[in-house]
Ligand binder design. Structure first.
Ligand code: ADP
Length: 187
C-alpha cells in the first residue's frame, strides 16, 4: 500500500505513521527525520536546511524534492510506503505526482489527521517541555501552524480532487486514532 499522511504539526501524524507502517510492513519515510539526520551529520543539505527548520519555516522545495527523488528512483519504495511530512506544498505535490508517474507508482490514499488549532498549540507546548526539540518553542510552534495553514493545507484539496483523500479525527487517544486509520485503509 502506498500512502501519504497529512496533518498539522502536533497532529500525531509521525507517531501514527510509524505504527501503521509497522502494522502493514511498509516503509516509513519522514522528511523531518531525514532532515534532522542531515543536520546532525553536517551534510551540505543539513547545513542549508538548519536555519529554516529552527524558525519553523519550510526548507526550500528544490532541496526537499531532490531528497525524495533519490528515494523514489532507488526502488526503496517497492514494497509500499508511508510518506510522512511530504508533500508540504503544492509544488512538492505536483513534483511527487510527476516522479510517481515516471516510475509507475500510484498512491492509494492520502490520510488527513484533523486536529483543532487550540489542541495543537497545547500539544506542542507539552512536547517542547518534554523533548526540548529546537523547533518546539511556543513561538516557533505557532509559526509552524501558520505555515501549515498557508502552505500545506492547500494540498488537502489537491488530494481531494484526485479522489484519494480520507479524513480521520486526530483528537482521540493514540490507540483509537490508530484503529480509525486502519479501518479507513481497509475500505
Ligand atoms: P512536524 O512536527 O511539523 O510534523 P517534521 O518533523 O515533519 O515536523 O518537520 C520538521 C521541519 O523540517 C519542518 O518544520 C520544516 O522546516 C522541515 N521539513 C520537513 N519536511 C519538509 C518538507 N516536505 N518541505 C519543507 N520543509 C520540510
Amino acid at each position: 500500500m502506498n500512502l501519504v499522511f497529512l496533518g498539522p504539526p502536533g497532529s500525531g501524524k509521525g507517531t501514527q505513521a510509524i505504527r501503521v507502517a509497522e502494522k502493514l510492513n511498509i516503509v516509513h519515510l519522514s522528511t523531518g527525520d531525514m532532515l534532522r539526520e542531515a543536520v546532525k551529520n553536517g551534510t551540505v543539505l543539513g547545513k542549508r536546511a538548519e536555519a529554516f527548520m529552527k524558525k519553523g519555516e519550510l526548507v526550500p522545495d528544490e532541496l526537499i524534492i531532490g531528497m525524495i527523488e533519490a528515494k523514489v528512483t532507488s526502488g526503496d519504495l517497492s514494497r509500499g510506503f508511508i510518506l510522512d511530512g511530504f508533500p508540504r506544498t503544492i509544488p512538492q505535490a505536483e513534483s511527487l505526482k510527476e516522479m510517481f508517474d515516471n516510475n509507475d507508482i500510484a498512491l492509494d490514499k492520502a490520510v488527513l489527521l484533523t486536529v483543532s488549532d487550540e489542541e495543537i498549540i497545547k500539544r506542542i507546548k507539552g512536547r517542547a517541555e518534554q523533548e526540548g526539540r529546537a523547533d518546539d518553542t511556543e513561538d516557533v510552534a505557532r509559526n509552524r501552524l501558520d505555515v501549515y495553514r498557508k502552505q500545506t493545507a492547500p494540498i488537502v484539496d489537491f488530494y481531494r480532487k484526485e479522489s484519494i483523500l480520507t479524513e480521520v479525527r486526530g483528537e482521540d487517544t493514540m490507540d483509537n486514532v490508530f484503529k480509525a486509520i486502519i479501518k479507513t485503509l481497509s475500505k
